[in-house]
Write a protein that binds this ligand. Structure first.
Ligand code: NDP
Length: 317
């Protein structure tokens, strides 16, 4: 454990004018680059490295940290890491942080540990708050659409969660367009307007654009945050010359080596040339593409080192 007490950089908002975007038609500004805690923050990652990445982010104006109940190995351990970071580093800065979590995927055994019931969403948020040692989160998401639960049950749970003060805003992630439209109307009628939609968007996966989700969010004043904007690392220099032993692909879990095809390498070489011409890294070029899509509020990056995050944030300079 590091014995240096954390004091956030006094320069952390030096670029305030340029690094934040308004989230839809809301009062919230989010950093154009936000930090995701899916990988690299659980018990499977060295705590001091996780801490260094989180500190670096906050020191550079990255006020938004994104979680889900099941992040980390084992599930829940990324939120436990955040709980420790809250106590040891970030408690004095709680009001400067915008912390989100989600529920939707499998988290505990039995019929109440996944999907979209009121029972699951409410119990899961209580668990997340305990793990993160927080009184409230800023944003709580339904992590996926549940076709078997009445949509009103899921949405009313979000409304009641916001009204209870356990979350300040509601969001949804990975929902198809039609239920998204219904959710927008339902939540608006109850004065808990949908703050943001979280969807996968990067140069290789453009579904939110193709399916009309990004346009819908923009027209309705809902923010859009793009997850896996680097396609889990594919859209970086990480795999140009093989599969590094410490990379996500080497784990063969969420990113399989079969995705490193000759076509992908071809694409990357072209992207590398394009990036060089604009004085950027491949990762910066890929993030810039996402941020240029009209309606995108923020890109939600992952990082396994401070250097990667630094490189990604340099795009905003
Ligand atoms: P990215 O597409 O940003 O991939 C992150 C990975 O890319 C890093 O772990 C690292 O790989 C590599 N990388 C990052 N920056 C660089 C760089 N500058 N140079 C070289 N390599 C780099 O995002 P994630 O897939 O990690 O997702 C980000 C966040 O989005 C998650 O943490 C989570 O909060 C959210 N998310 C939400 C989902 C949802 O269903 N709502 C689903 C998935 C993610 P390596 O680790 O190999 O070094």
């Amino acid at each position: 454990m590091t014995d240096t007490k954390y004091i956030a950089s006094p320069e952390r908002y030096a670029q305030q004018a340029t690094i934040y975007n308004r989230c839809g038609r809301s009062g919230i500004l989010l950093p154009k680059v936000s930090l995701g805690f899916w990988h690299n923050f659980g018990d499977d990652a060295p705590f001091e490295r996780s801490r260094a990445i989180a500190r670096y982010a906050f020191d550079h104006g990255v006020t938004h940290f994104d979680f889900a109940n099941n992040y980390g190995v084992p599930a829940g351990s990324a939120e436990l890491t955040m709980g420790r970071l809250m106590d040891e580093d970030f408690r004095p800065y709680r009001d400067e942080l915008f912390i989100s979590t989600k529920a939707g995927y499998g988290m505990w055994d039995g019929p109440y540990g996944e999907w979209g019931s009121r029972k699951y969403l409410m119990s899961s948020l209580d668990q997340s708050l305990r793990r993160m040692r927080l009184e409230y989160v800023d944003l709580f998401y339904s992590h996926r659409f549940d076709p078997d639960t009445p949509i009103e049950e899921t949405l009313q749970a979000l409304v009641d969660i916001v009204r209870s003060g356990k979350a300040l805003y509601a969001g949804i992630s990975n929902w198809p367009l039609e239920p998204l439209k219904a959710a927008t109307a339902y939540l608006r009628e109850r004065d808990v307007p949908l703050l943001i939609y979280q969807g996968r968007l990067n140069m290789l996966n453009r579904e939110p654009i193709e399916e009309g989700i990004l346009d819908f969010c923009r027209e309705e004043g809902i923010g859009f945050i793009a997850y896996s904007p680097l396609a889990q690392g594919l859209l970086t220099d990480r795999y140009l010359n093989g599969i590094p032993a410490d990379s996500r692909m080497a784990q063969e879990l969420f990113l399989k080596s079969e995705s490193r095809t000759p076509e992908l390498l071809d694409y990357l070489y072209k992207l590398e040339a394009q990036a060089k011409a604009s004085g950027r890294s491949i990762a910066q070029e890929a993030l810039n593409w996402v941020l240029e899509q009209r309606g995108v509020t923020s890109v939600l990056v992952g990082a396994s080192s401070v250097e990667q995050l630094k490189n990604n944030l340099e795009l905003l300079q």
